[in-house]
Design a protein around this ligand. Structure first.
Ligand code: PLP
Length: 440
C-alpha cells in the first residue's frame, strides 16, 4: 500500500496526531473567577421585590456590556439558552392553544420552548441556501392561532430578517431570534439579537464564547425585558410588590446565572471578536484549499449578512461525484484524527446536522404533558398538529442527502492543522473513482 491509497481501503491516513482541543478559556477568565471567589459573593439574586432581584454586580455588569455589543437596550442573563427561550416565549404570552412556528433544523430546545407554556410548535421549512426559516416558508404555516416565530440563525448565519419582520408586523407575531450559533453575526450591518422582538444566546461550552453553561436574552422592549426578568426569578413571588398586574405566565423559574459565570462571560465577550475573526480566517484558508472540488459547495454568504461559522456547513452533491454521501464521509473520517477532549466523538465531521425535529418520538407520538396528548390534542387547541415525514422537503433534502458539517475550523487550529484537513479532502476527491460503486 502506498501513501496515496485511501485509509478506508487500507492506506495510511493523512494524519493520526489529534487536532488541538477547543480551549478559549485562559488567564483572564481565571483571574475573573478568582476575583469573584475572593469577594465571597457567588450569587446575589433575591427572589423577592428588592434591589437584589436583578442579581449581583458581575451579573449586572455582564448584562450591560452584552447589551452594548448586541446593539440592544436590555441584556438579561440566564443559565442557558434553553431557559432563555422558555423565558422569551413566556414573556411573549404564549399559552394553551397558541401556535409557534419554528425551524425543524435546530437544536431541540428551539421547539420544546413552546410546549412549556402548552403552546404547539408548528414546523416550517428552511431556505435551502441559508438553512434558516424564510418569510415564504413561515407564511405557508400561518393560521389564526399563530402567535410567535422562533427564527434560528443556524450554523452562524442570519436568516433574511427584513421580510420576516414585515410578515410579523402584518400578522401581529412576536419574533424570537435563536442566536445560539450566531453571536456577533450581523444582518445588513445590524447585530443579530437586535432584529426581532427578543434574541436568545447560548453560553454553553460548545459555543463561540462560553461560561461552561449560560445564556443571554436581548430585547429593545422594556415591557418584554421586565417579563423575562420576572420569569427568570420567581415571578409569582415578586409581581405583587413590584406592582405587576398582567399575571399571564408569571409562574417563575430559577434561571439565574452565577457571579462566577458572569465574570467569565465578561472576559469572553471581550475576546469574542478575536475568536470570530479566527474562525473566519480558518474557513477562508480551508475554502481556498478546497476550491474547485466538484460536488462540494461552500456556504453562500448572502448580501444580507456575514457568517460566524459555528460549524462549517458544506453542500455535497453525490450526483456529481457518483459516491454516496455516507461513503465519502467515511473515507474522509478515516483520513482524519480525533480532536483532543472530544476523542470519543471521532473525527469532527458529520453527515447532516440534527434529524428534522418533527421526527422526534415526542412529536410523532404526540406525548407531551401527561398521557393524554397535551398540549397537542388538548381541548384548548383548535388546530391539528401535524408531524410527519415529508412535511419539510428542503430540510429533509439537506439533512438526509446534502449537508456535511465539520468543526475543524475552530480557534486553536493552526495552519498546519488546516493543511491536513484540506489534504484529507483532496485525497478523498483524488480517489473518488476507487469509491464509485462500492457499498456503504
Ligand atoms: C446550543 C443551542 C441551544 C441551546 O443552548 P443551551 O445553552 O445549551 O441551552 C439552542 N439553540 C441552538 C440553535 C443551539 O445551537
Amino acid at each position: 500500500m502506498n501513501a496515496k491509497t485511501l485509509a478506508l481501503l487500507g492506506g495510511t491516513p493523512v494524519r493520526n496526531k489529534p487536532f488541538p482541543a477547543y480551549k478559549v478559556i485562559g488567564q483572564e477568565e481565571k483571574d475573573a473567577a478568582c476575583r469573584v471567589i475572593d469577594s465571597g459573593i457567588l450569587s446575589r439574586f433575591l427572589g423577592t421585590w428588592h434591589p437584589d432581584f436583578y442579581g449581583g454586580p458581575e451579573v449586572q455588569a455582564f448584562e450591560r456590556e452584552w447589551a452594548r455589543v448586541a446593539g440592544a437596550r436590555h441584556g438579561i442573563s440566564v443559565n442557558s439558552c434553553t431557559s432563555g427561550l422558555y423565558a422569551a416565549l413566556g414573556a411573549a404570552g404564549i399559552g394553551p392553544g397558541d401556535e409557534v412556528i419554528v425551524s425543524p433544523y435546530t437544536m431541540a430546545a428551539s421547539a420544546t420552548a413552546a410546549l412549556i407554556f402548552n403552546g404547539v410548535p408548528v414546523f416550517a421549512d428552511i431556505d435551502p441556501e441559508t438553512y434558516c426559516l424564510s418569510a415564504d416558508t413561515i407564511r405557508e404555516r400561518l393560521t389564526p392561532r399563530t402567535k410567535a416565530v422562533i427564527v434560528v440563525h443556524i450554523f452562524g448565519q442570519s436568516a433574511d430578517m427584513d421580510p420576516i419582520m414585515a410578515l410579523a408586523r402584518e400578522h401581529g407575531l412576536t419574533v424570537i431570534e435563536d442566536c445560539a450559533q450566531a453571536p456577533f453575526a450581523t444582518y445588513k450591518g445590524r447585530p443579530v439579537g437586535s432584529l426581532g422582538h427578543m434574541g436568545v444566546f447560548s453560553l454553553n461550552y460548545h459555543k463561540h464564547i462560553h461560561t461552561g453553561e449560560g445564556g443571554m436574552v436581548t430585547t429593545n422592549d422594556d415591557a418584554l425585558a421586565e417579563r423575562v426578568q420576572l420569569i427568570r426569578n420567581h415571578a409569582e413571588a415578586v409581581v405583587e410588590k413590584k406592582g405587576v398586574t398582567n399575571l399571564v405566565n408569571m409562574i417563575g423559574f430559577n434561571f439565574r446565572l452565577g457571579e462566577i459565570e458572569a465574570a467569565i462571560g465578561r472576559e469572553q465577550l471581550r475576546k469574542g471578536p478575536r475568536l470570530i475573526a479566527e474562525r473566519k480566517n480558518n474557513v477562508a484558508c480551508l475554502e481556498n484549499a478546497l476550491k474547485g472540488l466538484p460536488g462540494l459547495g461552500m456556504p453562500k454568504i448572502g448580501a444580507a449578512g456575514d457568517h460566524v461559522y459555528y460549524v462549517h456547513v458544506l453542500d455535497y452533491d453525490a450526483t456529481v461525484t457518483g459516491v454516496p454521501r455516507e461513503l465519502m464521509v467515511q473515507a474522509l473520517k478515516a483520513e482524519l484524527p480525533v480532536t483532543e477532549l472530544r476523542e470519543g466523538e471521532g473525527p469532527l465531521v458529520g453527515m447532516g446536522y440534527v434529524r428534522p425535529l418533527y421526527l422526534l418520538p415526542m412529536f410523532r407520538k404526540m406525548i407531551g404533558y401527561g398521557k393524554t396528548g397535551c398540549p397537542f390534542t388538548c381541548p384548548h387547541y383548535e388546530g391539528e398538529a401535524r408531524y410527519e415525514e415529508g412535511m419539510c422537503p428542503n430540510t429533509e433534502a439537506a439533512h438526509f442527502h446534502r449537508v456535511v458539517t465539520h468543526e475543524l475550523m475552530r480557534p486553536g487550529m493552526v495552519r498546519s492543522d488546516l493543511d491536513d484537513v484540506a489534504a484529507a479532502f483532496r485525497k478523498v476527491w483524488d480517489n473518488l473513482p476507487a469509491l464509485v460503486g462500492r457499498l456503504v
